[in-house]
Ligand binder design. Structure first.
Ligand SMILES: Cc1ncc(COP(=O)(O)O)c(C=O)c1O
Length: 468
């Protein structure tokens, strides 16, 4: 049966009735659904970017591709600055999900009928897109997981439990996300391995020299973020990997905040494991991936047991499939993987280098403006010619709780930022605070978004100061 979607319109759920999307978006017709490769359905608006932040910037050119951004929240233009928590999705990704469910929803790998074959092809094509995006040597090095957290748990339970023993050291920094700390605490409790944490240096960046000193022969694994979700700092992963490899240790890179924003090449980094989440890179929630060097994945035991991950099952034992299937027990998130593939097409059509260059400019602009607001303290390094910050700022304002800042910004100004510990409690303790506010940008943000945020923040700080 052919399903025509030509006349289908984008419907907002009733829960969003207070929100007023621009008329051209409510009337936007969905692309005709075809079984053409999702790449063709995902090209972003044509770009002739000028590297500046003015009209014609990457942000201005790509904003129209993101339906959700064109609405009012609490009577104000939505300014979405919570991208480090989750990014927004271009229409092409929403369409890819819809196409899957409307046109070829079916289980993968085990059906021989048309829909199942189609779903399997698209699911495996998505894996190939992830592999190409991070320059893995092949699809077998990409395991789909629910998110980055599950990918780290996979490495912890599979590689960690079978390779670490009493006294072995796992080296981390205090700036790791909880997802990169807690699984290793489980493993340490079970194996007797020791977790060692590197503090920050004076520049409020993990102390790389100390990190180098801590990577001794006792170290079996180094677990580090690429870009900090709080400090906006960038670690020199290639150097960390070479220090670790010199003593025979493996490296797991938490690339959640780098893969969506810059070129990440696993072969040039030479990382052993690398994880990321789709929802932070313009793709759907419910899907992430683990990159693992082929020989490592082959040597690792399964993480979860069940269908899909087996070669043969007997009553008393089973044999396992080759990676990546060995690590993908049960029915996977099929539509979500396909949506992730479409997000990768979208990002690649813009170019990750172009995204990065634009975001660096936006990051500097955000930092300059925010650090000039009286009573505001921005965490992390000061940007300079040699120090690049990611496009996010965690900060506190004197005498105002970050949750009050975030609430006031949302309710009075339609500005969405985050407050709390950002899943980095050890880091916040080290900084001497329980929580911070965080504004985080993506390439579809503009200079005007930053300007609106700064003027709204000044208004917020003045409002709370008036009660003193
Ligand atoms: C640096 C970092 N690591 C790990 C995660 C966990 O990602 P997820 O919740 O998608 O598994 C996040 C999410 O905020 C993050 O920013």
């Amino acid at each position: 049966m052919m399903i025509s979607m030509e006349s289908a319109v984008l419907k907002l759920p009733s829960s969003l009735r207070t929100i007023s999307p621009k008329p051209n978006l409510t009337n936007r017709t969905l692309r005709t659904a075809t079984f053409a490769s999702s790449a063709s359905a995902s090209a972003p608006s044509p770009l002739s970017t000028d590297p500046q932040l003015g009209p014609g910037s990457l942000g201005h050119l790509t904003r129209p591709d993101f339906p959700i951004l064109h609405q009012e929240v609490n009577g104000k233009r939505l300014v979405y600055l919570d991208n480090a928590a989750t990014s927004q999705k271009p229409a092409a990704v929403v369409d890819a999900l819809r196409n899957y469910y409307e046109l070829y929803n079916s289980n993968v790998h085990r059906g021989i009928h048309y829909l199942s074959a189609k779903a399997t092809d698209e699911y495996e094509l998505a894996r190939q897109k992830v592999a190409n995006f991070i320059n893995a040597s092949g699809c077998r090095e990409i395991v789909f997981t629910r998110n980055a957290t599950e990918a780290i748990n996979l490495v912890a339970y599979s590689w960690g439990l079978s390779n670490l023993k009493d006294g072995d050291e796992v080296i981390l920094t205090i700036a790791e996300h909880h997802s990169a700390i807690v699984p290793w605490q489980f493993v340490a409790q079970k194996t007797g391995a020791v977790l060692k944490f590197v503090n920050l240096g004076e520049d409020e960046v993990p102390d790389v020299e100390k990190l180098r000193e801590m990577i001794t022969k006792r170290a079996k694994l180094v677990v580090v973020h690429h870009v900090s979700n709080v400090l906006a700092s960038v670690l020199p992963i290639d150097q960390v990997v070479s220090w670790a490899h010199d003593v025979g240790a493996k490296v797991l890179v938490d690339a959640c905040q780098s893969v969506p924003h810059m070129v990440v090449d696993v072969r040039s980094l030479d990382a052993d494991f690398l994880v990321a989440s789709s929802h932070k890179m313009c793709g759907p929630t419910g899907i992430g991936f683990l990159y693992g060097k082929s020989e490592l994945l082959s040597s690792m035991p399964p993480f979860l047991g069940g269908g899909e991950m087996i070669a043969d099952v007997y009553l008393d034992h089973s044999t396992y499939a080759e990676p990546p299937s060995k690590f993908e027990a049960g029915t996977p998130a099929i539509g979500e993987a396909i949506g992730l593939g479409t997000a990768i097409d979208y990002l690649s059509a813009i170019g990750m280098q172009k995204i990065h260059e634009y975001e660096v400019e936006l990051a500097n602009y955000l930092y300059d403006r925010l650090s000039s607001v009286p009573s505001v303290r921005v965490y992390g390094p000061k940007p300079s010619r040699s120090v690049t910050r990611a496009a996010l700022c965690s900060f506190n304002a004197e005498d105002v709780h970050p949750t009050d800042i975030a609430t006031f910004l949302d309710q009075q100004h339609g500005v969405a930022i985050r407050s709390g510990h950002h899943c980095a409690q050890p880091l916040h303790r080290y900084l001497g605070v329980n929580a911070s506010a965080r504004a985080s940008l993506h390439f579809y943000n503009t200079k005007e978004d930053v300007d609106d945020f700064i003027s709204s923040l000044s208004d917020t700080i003045n409002f709370f100061a008036s009660f003193k």
